[in-house]
Design a protein around this ligand. Structure first.
Ligand SMILES: [Zn+2]
Length: 440
């Protein structure tokens, strides 16, 4: 009896491996064996070498590494459109935090995360860096759906439906770390909310735990100008200096937003290896400020991109986000040459993988890495003619053109259909939340 082949072969028209950089391969094959990329080579050679492989022709498609969303609050998808057109302070204190006090529960997080994961997979995201309450529930949803995530265990100075105070937040973070240690697709980060909602004592303990266990620290930072005044008043130093003094600035630190940097900060970020996560659409919508993307890249800082939650974006579409990041950088620098298409694509692939400490595993299509892949169909009027593949991906393509998604070689989106999630049930639950929240 012939053995069922464990090898599969993807045969895209175009392949953008990201590493090596600036390369587009035509008519190449990606051979996948036991969830890993076993070979990237010309299609004829691959077909000859692996005659029994399950072949998938992708005749009009570009194959990309799976995209990585470096900052989101998945369950806040249930708060999409709940409070718009407000400044950050009013939005957060008068709308979002009261809504969370009223509605936050394991059920809210489960339903909201499922909705977010469905949106992310359908738009080519294979991994995300998460920060929200009930992280153990988020982990269950992600595990069942089959994609990857770095699950941030949140810490904030006030009580929530999830935790009663600092010791409780910290105990829960330690428990999550123990439970997920060794998981093949899920990792854990400590996620202090922001410099203005977490005390020195909390941050010191977080820095110590992160150092001892090698965990990332995922934190909102310098999102609004007011944070600087607050830090000077409370601690006598600017926020970045305070975090440096508390031992947090290193290559495990994921600093989200960074829209109010001083001139000296670029050098400090580069010297300490801090990873900056740029969320351009959320910053634009809340008019928070501008993260100086081109200056950070020039200074040698590793920058990646996140959507933030759907309550402030209002979608989780990384194709849209990377285009906004590139265009905004050009406009701000008054220079169309900065952040070219390839650099923009790196923000959501290899740079993000490095920021999570997973550069050896994700972020490019190379032999030995995990088979986390996205096929984008370019046979749409919006992306013809294909003079330049990466230009089409960054400046013209829509996430609606994502046809297939694989994580660890498993096909989670099959020609537009989710294979591990019940989309009608997820939609029904989102609509039920709309009813429930409306009658309140
Ligand atoms: Zn955020």
């Amino acid at each position: 009896m012939k053995n069922k082949p464990v090898t599969s072969m993807l045969l895209p028209r175009y392949l953008v491996p990201v590493r090596p950089r600036d390369v587009v391969l035509l008519d190449h094959a990606v051979v996948v064996l036991d969830g890993r990329i076993a070979a990237v080579e010309p299609r004829e050679t691959a077909i000859e070498r692996f005659p029994d492989a399950d072949k998938l022709e992708l005749p009009h498609h570009v194959l990309l590494p799976g995209l990585v969303n470096m900052h989101t609050h998945s369950a806040m998808s249930l708060l999409r459109g709940y409070a718009d057109d407000l400044d950050l302070n009013t939005w957060l204190r008068d709308h979002i935090w009261p809504a969370e006090r009223r509605w936050l529960s394991a059920e809210f997080v489960r339903d909201g995360t499922e909705l977010a994961v469905a949106e992310m997979l359908r738009s080519g995201t294979t991994c995300f860096n998460e920060m929200y309450f009930f992280p153990e529930v988020i982990a269950e949803v992600v595990d069942a759906a089959g994609l990857r995530a770095c699950i941030g265990s949140p810490v904030i100075e006030f009580e929530t439906a999830w935790a009663s105070g600092f010791d409780d937040y910290f105990d829960k973070a330690e428990r999550l770390h123990r439970v997920l240690e060794g998981h093949s697709r899920l990792t854990v980060a400590l996620a202090p909310h922001a410099a203005y909602t977490v005390t020195d004592e909390m941050l010191t303990r977080i820095a110590d735990y992160s150092t001892r266990h090698g965990l990332p620290v995922h934190m909102h930072l310098l999102e609004i100008a007011w944070e600087i005044q607050h830090s000077l008043q409370e601690y006598g130093v600017r926020p970045l200096k305070r975090l440096e003094q508390l031992g947090l600035l290193n290559d495990r630190f994921l600093a989200v937003h960074m829209a109010h940097l001083g001139e000296d900060d670029f050098e400090l970020l580069a010297a300490t290896g801090v990873n900056v996560v740029h969320c351009p659409e959320s910053n634009l919508k809340l008019a928070s400020g501008f993260c100086p993307l081109s200056g950070l890249l020039r200074a040698g800082v590793n920058v990646s991109v996140g959507t933030d939650g759907a309550a402030s974006n209002n979608n989780l579409d990384l194709f849209g986000e990377l285009r906004t990041a590139a265009l905004l950088a050009k406009g701000l620098a008054a220079d169309p040459c900065v952040v070219d298409a390839m650099s923009a694509l790196e923000l959501v692939t290899i740079n993000a993988a490095k920021a999570l400490g997973l550069g050896h595993e994700l972020g490019s299509i190379e032999s030995g890495k995990s088979a986390d892949l996205v096929a984008l169909d370019l046979n749409w009027p919006e992306t013809q003619p294909v003079h330049h593949v990466v230009s089409q991906v960054v400046y013209a393509a829509s996430s609606r053109q994502v046809s297939d998604v694989w994580v660890c070689g498993r096909r989670l989106l099959d020609n537009g259909s989710l294979t591990t999630l019940d989309l009608p049930a997820i939609m029904a639950k989102a609509k039920a939340w709309n009813q429930r929240m409306a009658v309140q």
